[in-house]
Write a protein that binds this ligand. Structure first.
Ligand code: 8YV
Length: 329
């Protein structure tokens, strides 16, 4: 057996990334994408020092207790709500994520979903494909205006700022935002964004885009009460995480036309989708693809690999989330 550290790549990834990892590690991969049950993950992790995760594999205290050799979990995602970070820190296990490399691509998609939602792109395509188009009509699939309207952003990190810049500079939108902490005056100026309370955001936005991390505090940050505060002609776009929106409450609000439309890339309990969302027409649904261009996905996978190599070979990760974990070793 070689004396290289052993790692697991939990889900399929780019062959060139596996090859890069194989230069440094004894790699067990899962290119066949075999079942990802927690039990299987635990058994595959036996004797591994590192794991390449994709954002769906849950790393919690029970798993860590069963895998005492594990030292690093490298997520190929900027979000890391699949990590129980306090449990990882307590176990002396480093977590890393993949920020920055996906910012602009994901902001592009946020805007694409906003446009598709406001202008009823998928709903009208389904109508056309079903052979229902008989005549042009003055109000056929009339949607919501985008340019010059008010863009609301909940969660103003790097991706939120990218969406703000697109709205303000490309579409002449007034941008309002709410975030745990206010941006610096320089950043606010570059995004042409104005800080408001959450209630002002809900009431003022013509299009509300969610780009906040999923935490216990942000669970159902948008539920029936919040939707009721929104304008009747507003749209809601979620490219952040499932669970931030109460999907059942949203489906009901869409059916009753309490807001105009929604665009969702993420879902509570995905890949399952709330059945009521599948039967309302005024929602655009996409399967968690906001960062999905091949160059960006390759950059994310490469950064996850660089974190494993950086930490396990050279002693320093590139984008650590909990460096305090290292004091536990
Ligand atoms: C990932 C994402 O594709 O980076 C994130 O947080 O949501 C997506 O870009 C997904 O998490 C799989 O890794």
């Amino acid at each position: 057996m070689s004396d290289k550290p052993r790692i697991l790549v939990a889900r399929p990834t780019f062959p060139e990334v596996i090859e890069r990892l194989a230069a440094h590690f004894e790699v067990e991969h899962n290119q066949a994408d075999e079942s990802g049950s927690p039990e299987q993950l635990r058994s595959r992790l036996q004797g591994k020092s590192g794991v390449f995760t994709t954002g769906a594999e849950r790393i919690d205290a029970a798993l860590l207790a069963a895998c005492p050799q594990l030292r690093i979990c490298a997520n190929m995602a900027v979000g890391f709500n699949n990590f129980d970070l306090p449990a990882m820190t307590a176990a002396g296990v480093l977590g890393t994520n993949a920020p920055d490399v996906l910012t602009e691509t994901t902001a592009d998609f946020g805007f694409a979903l906003l446009m598709a939602t406001a202008r009823r792109v998928t709903e009208s395509e389904h109508y056309l494909r079903a052979g229902k188009w008989q005549n042009w009509s003055y109000d056929l699939f009339a949607g919501q205006e985008v340019h010059g309207t008010t863009l609301g952003i909940l969660g103003m990190g790097r991706i939120g700022q990218g969406i703000a810049r697109r709205g303000a500079h490309g579409f002449g939108m007034q941008v309002i935002y709410h975030n745990r902490s206010r941006l610096s005056p320089e950043l606010e100026a570059s995004c042409k964004a104005r800080y408001v309370t959450k209630d002002e955001l809900l009431q003022g936005a013509d299009h509300l885009v969610l780009v906040l991390p999923y935490t216990a505090e942000s669970h159902h940050a948008i539920g029936a009460a919040e939707i009721a505060r929104m304008k009747p002609g507003a749209t809601l776009v979620n490219i952040a995480r499932g669970g931030i929106v109460d999907d059942a409450a949203l489906a009901l609000a869409l059916r009753e036309r309490r807001i105009a439309a929604a665009g969702l890339d993420v879902f509570e309990g995905e890949p399952r989708v709330h059945p009521d969302l599948l039967t309302v027409p005024n929602v655009v649904l996409t399967p968690h693809i906001a960062s999905a261009t091949l160059p960006t996905r390759l950059a994310m996978a490469t950064l996850a690999a660089d974190n494993l190599i950086g930490f396990l070979v050279h002693g320093k990760a590139v984008t650590p989330l909990n460096p305090q974990a290292l004091e536990k070793r």
